[in-house]
Design a protein around this ligand. Structure first.
Ligand code: UDP
Ligand code: MG
Length: 355
């Protein structure tokens, strides 16, 4: 995103009507930059055609082979490219191996975390640093095949904003594939996005997508959901999957319950974050009305002398529903107040601006 676009977004968010100030065009009025800085600046503006972003945690045995395969694929593509490795606080020799690879290939860039922050954090920083027009993410454990990169990129050029790999034939133990099917099914139903495999490490993005979505916690599982709700066009492509040759999986059983909590976060932050009253208010109203109808009916019965309220437990349920309903509506209103305070910071994502 250029500085100009960024400014435009901020202005849209603040709801100002004044046209954005002209960006400084007359570079030659300024003090000329030293040679080195200028080159770097130009490099950042031009970026690359393709960035490969690879988060890794303790994958020392796989890295050389991965780099060799990447070289083979990328060598045939004839594009300006960069390979970003994000070492997520590895405690093995991964970083030394990477530095060695970088010594032989200047298109490799390495980011190293001080400790293990998780795959989402690694992706998030990779997205921030990536300069390519198209960005491809993949796992470092050789389970994803670099040979799929050209096909993924082609789909982006065809018009998709995000193309997610689909491990149709999955080389993983049953303990992973069965829950994963269930998990993909629930996500598909809850979000209405027709993907088979939400959490494939191999994905391609148009640059806009990665500069827009905000991946944190363990939200990397829901990147297609985040992108979809920002209005990006999400597609999928069947990719080859291989079994893990070295090391072991970095996600234990905790992945399942964490995964579902994150689905709630993904839904809430994408669909309702700007209108909490629509979620809480709706269910609050439903509860309140049901409670009201139950109790009104019981009061009429009592008035006509047909029942004594003391021996109708339903009466308590009615009261409970009304109280819960009012609480929900209040929470929704509080949510609205909080988001109101943040309106000025809100970002509307502008796709084009034709002047
Ligand atoms: N990974 C990471 N940080 C973590 C855990 C994993 O960067 O805290 C990387 C890992 O090195 C691999 C990718 O994320 O490159 C996917 O991890 P893994 O293969 O263990 O997941 P699985 O294939 O079992 O779902
Ligand atoms: Mg893996």
């Amino acid at each position: 995103m250029t500085a100009d676009q960024q400014r435009t977004q901020q202005e849209a968010g603040a709801g100002q009507v004044a046209p954005p100030p002209e960006p400084p065009r007359h570079q030659h009025h300024r003090r000329p930059r030293p040679e080195g800085q200028q080159r770097q600046h130009q490099g950042q503006q031009q970026g690359a055609d393709l960035s490969i972003v690879i988060p890794l945690y303790n994958e020392e045995e796989s890295l050389r082979e991965l780099h060799r395969e990447l070289r083979m694929t990328l060598g045939g593509m004839n594009l300006r490219h960069e390979i970003l490795f994000i070492d997520d606080g590895s405690t093995d020799r991964s970083f030394q191996v990477l530095r060695d690879i970088r010594g032989r290939d200047r298109r490799v860039r390495i980011i190293r975390f001080r400790r293990n922050y998780g795959k989402s954090a690694a992706l998030s920083v990779g997205f921030e640093k990536a300069q390519g027009a198209v960005v491809v993410t993949m796992d470092a454990d050789l389970q994803d095949d670099p040979a799929e990169i050209p096909a993924l990129r082609r789909r982006i050029l065809e018009g998709y904003d995000l193309v997610s790999g689909w491990k149709k034939v999955r080389r993983d133990p049953l303990s992973k594939t069965v829950p994963s099917r269930f998990f993909n099914f629930v996500t598909r139903v809850m979000t209405g996005i027709p993907l088979h495999d939400f959490n494939c490490g191999l994905k391609a993005y148009r640059r806009d997508v990665i500069k827009t979505i905000h991946v944190y916690g363990e939200l990397h599982r829901y990147i297609p959901v985040l992108a979809h709700w920002e209005g990006f066009r999400v597609g999928e492509l069947v990719v080859r999957h291989r079994s893990r040759r070295f090391g072991k999986t970095k996600f234990g059983m905790a992945r399942f319950w964490k995964g579902f909590l994150d689905l709630l976060t993904a839904l809430f932050t994408t669909r309702y974050v700007r209108r909490p009253l629509h979620l809480f208010g709706f269910w609050g109203m439903v509860a309140f009305v049901i409670g009201l109808v139950i109790d009104a009916w019981l009061v009429v019965e009592w008035y006509l002398g047909r029942t004594a309220l003391g021996n109708r437990p339903l009466f308590l349920l009615g009261i409970l529903l009304m109280i819960v309903g009012i609480q929900f509506i209040s929470i929704g209103l509080l949510g609205e107040l909080i988001t109101r305070g943040q309106q000025s910071r809100e970002q509307y994502v502008i796709r084009d601006y034709i002047r």
